[in-house]
Design a protein around this ligand. Structure first.
Ligand SMILES: [Fe+2]
Length: 228
């Protein structure tokens, strides 16, 4: 059996670091994406690391603590943002457990700074609230938020619609939340569903289409190339 690995459609690695947490990991260049499935009652004590981290819920409810400040996260409404070496932890509040995404990224411009020294750029607010808008490219309804090192959009793709060919100046990662979406990145094409992602490095053309009769929610995370 031959094993082919794709840059654009990275293979998932599923791990269970503890009994109440299952992570599906994807390495996208320097970026680590993890889809998390967390059982009710789970508590993650505050910890810190050199990577900046963000996360958003797809379902459930979480009390998140970033740098000692506590907030409630609701599905697809907010992202939490923890910069390099900022302590963060969480408590699962919902009785049905939680699905969500986290991204870890070692921001090159922040490397080499002593621990506890503030980063030079304005530090992002720990909670980024997404605002309802219309996506410029497609005209589809969208929720959008941006901070100093990433932007995130939840795009609602109507039934049987297309995502036009697009070449970003950003690295872009896409996660389909329901049903299936055919994506083409570079010359590779794959039918995606929850549990698989696409990764479009800066300068790589990508497009997609839906053959579903339902609205498909697509979470897109972009990292501006200026962070490189
Ligand atoms: Fe973390």
């Amino acid at each position: 059996m031959s094993i082919t690995t794709s840059i654009f459609f990275p293979d998932p690695q599923v791990i269970k670091p503890r009994p109440d947490l299952e992570l599906t990991l994807f390495q996208c260049g320097e970026i680590l994406i993890q889809l998390a499935a967390i059982l009710p009652g789970a508590v993650f004590e505050p910890h810190q690391h050199p990577e900046s981290q963000m996360g958003m819920l797809f379902s459930g409810c979480v009390e998140i603590s970033v740098d000692g400040k506590k907030s409630i996260l609701e599905p697809l409404q907010q992202a939490y943002v923890a910069a390099t070496h900022i302590p963060h932890g969480s408590t699962i509040l919902s009785e049905d457990g939680v699905l969500g995404v986290e991204m870890k990224y070692l921001i090159p411009s922040q490397l080499g700074k002593p621990i506890h020294e503030p980063v030079e750029k304005p530090i992002d607010e720990p909670i980024l609230s997404l605002q309802s808008t219309i996506d410029d490219l497609t005209g589809f309804p969208c929720k959008f938020g941006a901070c100093s090192w990433f932007e995130i959009a939840v795009l609602e793709i109507p039934a049987n619609e297309k995502l036009p060919r697009f070449t970003t100046t950003q690295e872009e990662i896409g996660i389909i939340l329901n049903d299936q979406l055919m994506m083409k990145v570079g010359e590779e094409e794959k039918l995606l569903e929850y549990g698989s992602i696409y990764y479009a490095p800066a300068g790589v053309t990508h497009s997609g289409y839906s053959t579903s009769d339902k609205t498909i929610s697509l979470v897109k995370i972009g990292l501006p190339s200026s962070t490189h």
